[in-house]
Design a protein. Structure first.
Length: 399
């Protein structure tokens, strides 16, 4: 069934279809309408779930951690400083290996206060051990939420489903609303390997010593390093699990794409623009305009950012003259985070080929600064003609 709704409602519908049992929420713009919609579903009896309003974002994720530890499928959402306030619990959820799905509606972080869109909030959490998936339109939002639960529960790692505040969260687009029976076929009931049980009391995530030691049963138990090593290994294995999810989803719903990247006009391109989220769809207009001028460019959206699909990215850029990275965030003191990841992937997989694409970096839309398609087109054109600058170029900067 095709409907027209905003991105927050698309996300809420995805959570409802996945039959989440516990929802913890604290309001923060532009995420608030998402959890408000979930509260409406619960109040109307359309979801068999507990909706728990809390006093802070820190508490919202704490509730999800507790509920997931007890074996419930859970959901929460946040933005900007709310995500930063969760930071301690973000780390805890990953270390505890809990399959929490959290929508991050991307927004700039303070100071100074800013409620508009960029991606600095989720990028600042990239090294916490969470999987991160980025959406470019409403169909991807609802589909990604559904896939995220399946992936998270397969690998026991939490997932952030990220999409641009206002640009996607508050705009209306048509999308297909998946049938509940098909979602149930795709996503079976959550059965954790272990869950807290009052009849069998246990302590979880107590102080862990640096070295391995014997547990209460006299068996050798992992130390902190081993636990973290296994998280890293399972994150890398998630690349395969994400591909399995995409194949399974396509078999049931009749639509599927590359689980890692979303290319547009890349096959014959000499230069490829790379980015994440809705910006990559806007850049398609620039690509079409430049193609009419005879400039062979394409655009590639990164759908799965953590774990980083280095091999897929390098393979897509093999033989290209250049990669032009457009970002709505910055790793302060160096360059865009995606820029660094992309360069590392190219070096790892293409250094021996004798040709590495020239890589350039542009920063755009910080704090909601307008991103004019004409400016994107001009910058992309300039980057295909010569190296614009060694350091990141800020589009729309006025000093």
């Amino acid at each position: 069934m095709h409907i027209i709704e905003n991105g927050n409602v698309a996300a809420a519908m995805g959570v409802r279809l996945c039959r989440a049992r516990v929802i913890a929420a604290y309001p923060i713009t532009p995420q608030t309408p998402l959890t408000e919609k979930l509260s409406e579903y619960v109040d109307a009896g359309e979801m068999d779930a507990e909706y728990i309003p809390v006093e802070s974002e820190h508490s919202a994720l704490a509730v999800c951690i507790a509920a997931a530890s007890a074996g419930a499928r859970v959901s929460t959402a946040t933005s900007a400083n709310g995500l930063l306030y969760m930071h301690e619990q973000v780390q805890w959820a990953a270390g505890a290996r809990l399959p929490i799905v959290m929508c991050v509606v991307n927004r700039a972080v303070g100071a100074p206060w800013n409620i508009w869109n960029d991606q600095q909030d989720s990028i600042s959490q990239r090294d916490t051990g969470w999987i991160q998936m980025y959406c470019s339109d409403h169909q991807q939002i609802i589909d990604t939420v559904i896939k995220a639960y399946w992936i998270a529960e397969k690998v026991s790692i939490p997932i952030m489903v990220c999409y641009d505040g206002y640009i996607l969260s508050h705009t209306y687009m048509p999308f297909d609303l998946p049938d509940q029976a098909r979602v149930d076929a795709f996503l079976p009931p959550f059965k954790p390997d272990y869950a807290l049980n009052p009849e069998q009391p246990a302590n979880l995530n107590t102080v862990t010593l640096p070295d391995v030691r014997l547990d209460v049963h006299g068996e050798l138990a992992h130390g902190y390093m081993e636990i973290r090593y296994l998280l890293q290994e399972d994150l890398r294995k998630t690349l395969t699990v994400a591909a399995d999810a995409e194949k399974r989803f396509a078999g049931i719903f009749g639509r599927g794409n590359d689980p890692y990247i979303e290319p547009y006009c890349c096959d014959d391109a000499d230069y490829v623009a790379v980015g994440m989220g809705s910006l990559t769809y806007q850049m398609r207009v620039s690509v079409d305009a430049l193609r009419k001028e005879g400039v062979k460019v394409g655009v590639m959206g990164i759908r799965l950012y953590r774990p980083f699909p280095d091999e897929a990215v390098a393979r897509a850029l093999k033989g290209k003259k250049g990669a032009i990275v457009f970002e709505k965030a910055l790793s302060y003191g160096y360059e865009g985070a995606l820029m660094s990841d992309l360069k590392a992937a190219l070096y790892e997989h293409l250094a021996g080929s004798g040709h590495l694409p020239l890589v350039q970096n542009f920063i755009a839309g910080i704090g909601g600064r307008d991103i004019r398609t004409e400016d994107l087109t001009n910058m992309l054109r300039a980057a295909t003609e010569s190296r614009v600058a060694k350091d990141p170029v800020w589009i729309g900067l006025k000093l």
